[in-house]
Ligand binder design. Sequence first.
Ligand code: SF4
Length: 60
Amino acid sequence: MRMKVNDTCIGCGLCAVTCPDVFYMESGVAHAIDAEIDEANLDTAQDVLENCPVSAIEEV
Ligand code: SF4
């Protein structure tokens, strides 16, 4: 599974702090790595997707 951050991100930083192997901040907003999410990070990434305050994270 891959994830992406859409343009509704408000840059709160939650995803990058909680799941730094998958999400990072750049220019004030979050981005997801351009790669398959490895097994060890899947549950955390899914939690982040569900807890983003503006639902900016999508599965792709
Ligand atoms: S948790 Fe959501 S709003 Fe916050 S930085 Fe990540 S994608 Fe953006």
